[in-house]
Design a protein around this ligand. Structure first.
Ligand code: PHE
Ligand code: ZN
Length: 876
């Protein structure tokens, strides 16, 4: 894209028009060949009564060689253009007709991994969002739904598509999917695969065959994914009353995949990273992600497939809801408290960052150039938060009733956010028009709170003010509905008012509370209606419990009050949050004022570390220091210009101070948390390992790495092997262990991804550019494999001080690699480019260097629409 070739014009929500034609039936035949696959299609069309009159039929199609096409057997003379084929109204019958076509495509040449492509000798597809148009001519939009019949011809032994098997023979197989679906849910797989199988019986007695298909040699690594699938299926029946609806459910693991996984009807396709796991090869985090992603894709069968999106602006309809559901599931399987803390950590790191920068967009965007650029933290994670808020506001019972209505009212349809909100309005009688702003307005609201205590009346008043900052294209915003979960404690640490949900609807709003015979209660602010005789002392407020809304809470709290909440809050999220806020305050003062951590904070942290009444997973989270990127974001929001080198040095000093303070407890903690017996991936054991490794990390700073070296040698699981290695790298050691790791795991792609990432994350700031150069020159670096590219280039911004080193070398290297990847795989290149979106936080030199790289990218002729849109938006 040269500066004079204008950006492609955006697609707009307001321009939505129903399709001119609908489809009753699709039949496809694939004659597979790496260079010349033939796709024969037979599509039964009918004019859409929602679009009266006669219309041309526009079929999408990209990179297709048209062999022959016909309408009701009459050859089509129209020729395709770069994006599709138009059948003029004049050549179309008034009523239903059949369009047939034969096209040729080259899956082996498909490096973008969209449409039909090859990975390690197997054929597979990725059609979301607009990949089906690279397979054949079709109205490639989610509001055109049809049942599919598919015949695959190939010598490969395993031939799969959506739905139920119809039959198979020597060199062919046929599938039928009775559930009408949009083309983005189409899938086909062919390869020399083995299945790990199990059986499932649904609540109403339907027998379902479950298969996880993998390459030979990987069949022993599927047990955890299968167990997760079975638990997901059962959970969706009990928690949402949703049963599976086909005779088979197939999952296929592929090594080359742009995203995590894909919910194709009855044939989920997964990045092998999120399927394959053994204790020796996968960490506790890997097991957790496998469980969550298996669940997520399975849950899409109802939220996404049975009810899909009318258009891509409604992406959060399926993604926000499905993320919300997978979060509930993980909470039920593991720990709600720990899950909530982890989710908020990622929300803040990824979504708040996005929302505060040039890429900010509403949960439901109203324009895009390339839809692949909108599979974002905002659509997914904030989309899930919005549903959480809705549930908090209406309550669990009405949430359940609204969801039932959603499933019955919209089953088989392509729906919108308006449809979604309507089921809540119809169920509860609430007007949700103000709440809808969460979907249409970007930006993270800032919520300030002031407290007032009247000792004579015993009235405690909290006054909240919300500020909705401007975002690109949205200078002004209205007040949001903000659910604020509040609890009150008395100075002894007893809870005197259990969690109460306040619904803030105005820009500024006060809530008053008084002590009554039944404890503290919310009262009308005006009028001293205090119950006579009730004893009252000023309570301590625990605000935004469970992180009840995705806002930045700004509160002038003293360190003493934070330490009090860390010690006494009954809400585990706010307990953790209090410790987190303390740590961030301490670290901020170390960075900006050269302070040293005081004994109060260190003592408070030590008390949590050794408190055996607390869940080890919670203690591990409490011991995790705030990240450097997080601090840069926080300092910037507080009006400072963050200096990455200072942040890095201060955080290291903080870690050393913690290590010295905890030193007497660490060996005991480390030894006591050793798990007896064989490895189990379940949450309790994982939490103990997490705390044990946190202890090992601090221990390494005081013992020179002796324990970590021994732990690395003795590790019988990947969590501890890689955890001990990280401890060593963190103190500048571990070179021999890196070599040992490489010789042990050199042949295992997924494990070697960890080896690449670790080295980059732990490179010293001044040595990070060299590390990128060394690792990308390694014979096992393969830019065509997205996992490997992400393991190196995608990990680079995670080394904050290295990426932002004053030389600007890493900015240049990242831009170089994005430009190398872009012609092969624009989707992944565009995604990795978001590392540049935080440029405005930094000093003028860094801003200039990053913007120069973005301009350099934008000036490249032939740049993809994907990367062009991202670079353009980041430059503003
Ligand atoms: N729909 C997939 C998911 O969330 C994500 C995805 C999008 C995968 C686009 C591939 C391509 O579950
Ligand atoms: Zn999804």
């Amino acid at each position: 894209m040269t500066p004079d070739s204008p950006q492609p014009s955006p697609i707009r929500l307001n321009d939505y028009q129903p399709p001119t034609h609908l489809i009753d039936q699709v039949a496809l035949t694939f004659r597979l060949d790496p260079q010349a696959t033939r796709v024969l299609s037979e599509i039964r069309f009918r004019p859409n009564s929602a679009r009266p009159g006669r219309h041309d039929l526009r079929l999408d199609g990209e990179n297709l060689t048209l062999i022959v096409a016909a309408v009701d057997g009459h050859p089509v003379t129209a020729t395709p253009d770069a994006t599709g084929l138009t059948l003029p109204a004049a050549m179309l019958p008034d009523g239903p007709f059949t369009f047939t076509a034969e096209v040729e495509i080259a899956p082996a040449a498909n490096t973008a991994l969209e449409g039909l492509y090859m990975s390690n000798g197997m054929y597979c597809t990725q059609c979301e969002a607009e990949g089906f148009r690279k397979i054949t001519f079709y109205p490639d939009r989610p509001d055109v739904m049809a049942p599919f019949r598919v015949r695959i011809e190939s010598d490969l032994p395993v031939l799969l598509s959506n739905g139920n098997p119809l039959g198979q023979g020597e060199g062919w197989a046929e599938w039928h999917d009775p559930w009408p679906k949009p083309a983005y849910l189409f899938a086909l797989v062919a390869g020399d695969l083995l299945a790990h199988s199990a059986a499932f019986t649904t609540a109403s007695g339907r027998a379902v065959a479950l298969n996880i298909w993998v390459r030979h040699g990987d069949e022993g690594r599927c047990a955890y994914a299968m167990d997760s699938l079975i638990r997901s299926m059962r959970w969706d029946e009990t928690a949402y009353g949703r049963e599976y609806d086909l005779d088979v459910f197939n999952i296929v693991a592929v090594d080359d995949f742009n995203m995590g996984a894909m919910e194709n009807k009855g044939l989920n396709i997964f990045n092998s990273k999120y399927v394959l796991a053994l204790p020796e090869t996968a960490t506790d985090d890997d097991f957790g992600r496998i469980e969550a992603i298996i669940a997520h894709e399975y849950f899409h069968n109802w939220t996404g497939n049975r009810i899909t999106c009318r258009d891509w602006f409604q992406l959060c309809l399926k993604e926000g809801l499905t993320v919300f559901r997978d979060q509930q599931f993980t909470g039920d399987m593991r720990s709600h408290a720990v899950k909530r803390i982890e989710d908020v950590l990622t929300l803040r790191a990824r979504q708040f960052r996005e929302d505060g920068g040039p890429l900010a967009h509403p949960v439901r965007p109203d324009r895009y150039v390339e839809i692949n650029n909108f599979y974002t933290a905002t659509v997914y994670e904030k989309g899930a938060e919005v549903i959480g808020m809705l549930k908090r506001l209406v309550g669990d019972a009405d949430y359940a009733r609204a969801l039932d209505l959603y499933f019955t009212r919209h089953d088989g349809e392509a729906a919108t956010i308006e449809d979604w909100l309507a089921v809540f309005q119809d169920t509860t009688g609430r007007d949700l028009s103000q709440f809808k702003r969460w979907y249409t307005e970007a930006g993270t609201p800032r919520l300030t709170v002031t407290e007032d205590w009247q000792a004579d009346t015993g009235l405690f008043t909290l006054t909240f003010a919300q500020h909705n900052p401007p975002t690109p294209g949205q200078p002004e915003k209205g007040a949001k509905v903000i659910p604020i979960a509040l609890g009150l404690l008395n100075p002894n640490g007893d809870e005197v008012m259990p969690t109460t949900m306040l619904a803030m609807t105005a820009m500024t709003q006060s809530f008053a509370f008084q002590s009554t015979a039944d404890g503290w209660q919310q009262v009308v602010a005006e009028g001293p209606d205090r119950v006579p005789g009730a004893v009252s002392t000023r309570p301590i407020a625990s605000i935004l419990r469970g992180f009840s809304a995705p806002v930045l809470l700004e509160r002038d709290t003293s360190p003493e009050e934070r330490a009090f909440l860390l010690a006494h809050d009954t809400d585990p999220f706010n307990k953790w949050e209090a410790g987190r806020a303390l740590a961030k305050d301490v670290l901020a003062r170390m960075i900006t004022a050269g302070a040293t951590p005081g004994p109060d904070w260190l003592d408070a942290l030590a008390r949590v570390a050794v408190d055996d009444s607390l869940d080890p997973a919670f203690r591990a989270l409490a011991l995790r220091l705030p990240g450097e990127d997080d601090m840069a974001q926080t300092l910037h929001a507080a009006g400072h210009v963050p200096d990455p080198a200072r942040i890095h040095a201060a955080r290291r000093a903080m870690g050393d101070a913690v290590a010295r303070r905890l030193a007497p407890h660490l060996p005991g903690l480390f030894d006591a948390l050793a798990e007896p017996g064989p490895f189990t991936p379940e949450a309790r054991a994982a939490g103990r390992r997490a705390l044990r490794l946190a202890a090992l990390g601090y221990l390494s700073r005081v013992d020179g790495g002796a324990r970590a070296e021994a732990a690395f040698r003795q590790a019988d699981n990947m969590t501890e092997e890689v955890g001990a290695l990280a401890c060593l790298l963190d103190i500048g050691r571990g070179q021999a262990e890196l070599a040992a790791f490489e010789s042990r795991w050199g042949a295992d792609r997924l494990v070697m991804d960890k080896w690449f990432t670790l080295q980059l994350l732990h490179a010293a700031p001044e040595a990070t550019a060299q590390a990128v150069e060394r690792l990308t020159a390694h014979p096992a670096f393969d830019m065509k494999n997205p996992n490997r590219f992400r393991a190196v280039i995608g990990a680079l911004p995670g080394n904050h001080a290295g990426f932002h080193h004053a030389s600007g070398d890493c900015y240049r290297l990242l831009a170089d690699w994005l430009l190398k990847l872009d012609p092969l795989n624009p989707q992944t290149a565009a995604r990795m480019s978001t590392a540049f979106d935080s440029w405005s936080r930094y000093d003028a030199d860094r801003q200039g260097m990053i913007r120069d790289q973005l301009r350099r990218i934008l000036a490249v002729p032939g740049l993809s629409r994907d990367l062009g849109e991202m670079a353009g938006r980041m430059l503003g």
